[in-house]
Design a protein around this ligand. Structure first.
Ligand SMILES: [Zn+2]
Length: 114
C-alpha cells in the first residue's frame, strides 16, 4: 500500500530531524503539501499515519494536508495555466507542448513541536 510507505517515510524524516535537533518534545502538527497528480489518498494517508505513528514522537501529531493544484507551462508561448479536467493544451496558442510545473509533489512543508 502506497500510503503506508508514505506515512512511514514522513515519520522517519521527522524523527531524523528531531534527533538532529536533539528535540525531545512531541510533534503537534505536520504540514504536508500534496500535488493533485501525486495520487495520494488523504484518508488512506491519515489512517496509515495513525497506525505507524504509535509510540513515536509523532503519535499525537495532526496532519494538515494542503493540496497543490496542477499547474502547467506552455513550451510554445510560455503561458502558465491551470488545466481543466487534465486537458493539456495551451489555452492561448493551443499548443500541446506542455510542461507540468506543479501538481506532482509530495513533501513535508513544516512541522510543529511542543
Ligand atoms: Zn501556448
Amino acid at each position: 500500500m502506497h500510503e503506508l510507505s508514505l506515512a512511514q517515510g514522513i515519520i522517519q524524516v521527522i524523527e531524523e530531524e528531531l534527533e538532529k535537533r536533539k528535540e525531545k518534545g512531541t510533534v503537534q502538527k505536520i504540514n504536508l503539501r500534496i500535488g493533485q497528480l501525486s495520487c495520494v489518498e488523504p484518508e488512506a494517508l491519515l489512517f496509515s499515519f495513525g497506525f505507524c505513528s504509535k509510540e513515536t514522537q509523532c503519535e499525537n501529531a495532526v496532519l494538515n494536508i494542503e493540496k497543490v493544484p496542477l499547474a502547467c507551462e506552455c513550451q510554445n508561448c510560455g503561458k502558465n495555466f491551470l488545466p481543466k479536467e487534465a486537458i493539456f493544451i495551451c489555452p492561448d496558442c493551443k499548443s500541446c507542448r506542455i510542461k507540468i510545473l506543479s501538481g506532482e509533489e509530495f513533501y513535508i512543508d513544516s512541522f510543529e513541536i511542543e
